[in-house]
Design a protein around this ligand. Sequence first.
Ligand code: C2E
Ligand code: CA
Ligand code: CA
Length: 724
Amino acid sequence: MIRQSQWFVKWVLPASLSALVGGMLFATLYWAASETNDVAAERQKDLVTLIVSKIQTSVAHDQESATVWDDAVIKTKDRDLDWIDVNLGQWMNTYFSHDAAVVLSADGQPIFRFVAKSAAMPSSGDLRQAYAPLVTRLQERLLVGDQQGVTDKTLSIGESDLAYVGSRPAVVSVKPIISDTGEIGERAGEENLHVAVRFLDDALPKEIGSEYRFAEMQFTTTAPDDKRHSQIALTSRSGQVIGYFNWHPFEPGTNVLRATLPVLGLAVFGVFVAASLAGHAIWRRSVKLHSNRRELQHLALHDTLTGLANRAHFKRELALRVQQTQPDETCSVLFIDLDRFKAVNDTYGHPTGDRLISLVAKRMSEILPGALIGRIGGDEFTVFLQRIQAAEVAVIADRIVACLREPFDIDGVHVSIGASVGAAIGPGASADAAELTRQADIALYHAKAAGRNTYALFGEHMDDLLRSRRKLEQDLREALETGTQIEVVYQPVYLADSSGPCSVEALARWKHPELGSIAPDVFIPLAEEIGVVHTIGALVLDDACSLIASLPETRIAVNASAVELGSPGYSLRVLSALAKWGIEPARLEIEITESLVISREGETDQNIMMLRAAGVKFAIDDFGTGYSSFSRVQNVTVDRIKIDKSFIGAIGEGKNTAIVEAIINMARAQGLQTTAEGVETDQQREVLKSLGCNNIQGFLMSRPIARGEIIALLGPREARIVRV
Ligand code: C2E
Ligand code: CA
Ligand code: CA
């Protein structure tokens, strides 16, 4: 189709245009030429008519050079035939090309007859028949002394006509032989007469032709019926047509046309070349526009970074493809969420994050050739599969997880992430694209909940789980409204060297009326999602402040979620809680996560700055589980590092010691305190002590305990609280 229109614009259109222009030019020229030819032909006819009448007059005029002459009067009277032959016959032939001459007596009897040698000899009868009517008329005029037509130039009257002499057309002219001096008196009607004949066929047309440049001039008895010839009729005085002069007309228009044709051809070629060039240019331009439009269309439908379908395009395409699938075929939707992508982005910067996303897209495209793949969020991808059975979908989902677990090499940096995949499978046509999407999303949630780096296929039980999650959300809202179910427990923190308690960490608990105690690992993320984590944070903080208000020397730590710390007004809420209970800000330590330290979303920086300015301490919780490197932590102003319990677990068996030692040394170099969490054995405690860790926290010393137990532990025996 495109090839056809290219051919059309580049060649057919220019050719048609030049043919049209050429055709119009040619038609105009042709019309002008034939008009010119017509006018020229009329002129030529007029000219030939004039020439014929001139010949007629000139024959008569030629005669007068000998017939108006005293000698001729005398010699004809004397019937001196030799003289007559020389002067009235041969002379006329020689000088005027007359073909025949006859001298008649006054009564019309021939005295002398001359016929040129070249002329076919006409019989005397033929001659007489031709001149008799003219002679009769002249005699009559002579008798009555008619002088009409006599002028300075025409010296005598005469009669002439076009007539046949025998079979040949001729100008026949009769003149009286009269005195030129008037000294020879003659009575009217007694003059001798001279007849001159000039044939119109044979030599005469040729002479006219060469003299006046008429091509192929000739005499014919009938009018030629071909269009190539022009002709005029030769008519006698009586109106009888005696024949035709015809010739090939001079056609100036045709000549001009012929001369112009090469120029016209060149012009047409020029038009063709110009139009073709324009056609090429137009084509190039339209191709460019077309590709621009395609690019724009592509941009509108695809993610610029990966070239995959964007959210809107994927959604539309999914609905369309699901509809087109046969009822006995299957449709599957896969949701893929990268694990720890945000940490990579925050650690190495956006350009590396972007490169990572492109590489992820590339890997997925490689293992899913031809599938519809979309990027629907920063690190969220979707895949649509058709005609693939559930077992195979599971294999594909597993392959995606495996391929994204492999490290990525980005400009020499090895980056390891992972992916969680949720998949939903439905029957073709009857499947609802929106429902499939919802199910894949739920499956993804389960994959993540199952510890990430794995996949989950949607099953009905998930809906049940979803329902119970919805109920839990509702319950949490109610719990916070009543303010009775959220409780706070406290886990003491000890000095590593002396084993005495030095502070406590406040930990939230949810006592669900039906489900019993729910761990904060479950309800804190839920509270973050439904936007109620501030309420929990405020509740815990208030409880913590009220506790240490009664334990004047004790320091307290609270956990703050990233959502809280990024929200405007957090610092003010903390300061007002401290003020309410009259607590020294330096006694409060806020534990924040590693990723929060790096990403610093929203108002995080301002909040930290303001609280630190007031004297509040900060600690990085779960250090080592995030993606931060030491160098990054160096840039962040905190007071303490809490080494995650995952490092501590194996420390007693001699593993991880080097890492923990490095963390402690780094912290010391930065002037930061260290706390090791999850200390469960004496061995761990001894190692940490030997490594120079400041504080230890864990089940070995104490589990999180109720408020009353803390007061019992720390209140009455203030001496056990050791200042750090
Ligand atoms: P976290 O801040 O790291 O708190 C320490 C967690 O480790 C607590 O679990 C604690 O019970 C547990 N733990 C303490 N010693 C040991 C030990 O020797 N062995 C083992 N295996 N575990 C030990 P918990 O109370 O379930 O809290 C879990 C997480 O929930 C906390 O981790 C914290 O991130 C979050 N969280 C708890 N309370 C709050 C809160 O009020 N606000 C916010 N934003 N998060 C909270
Ligand atoms: Ca903590
Ligand atoms: Ca921790």
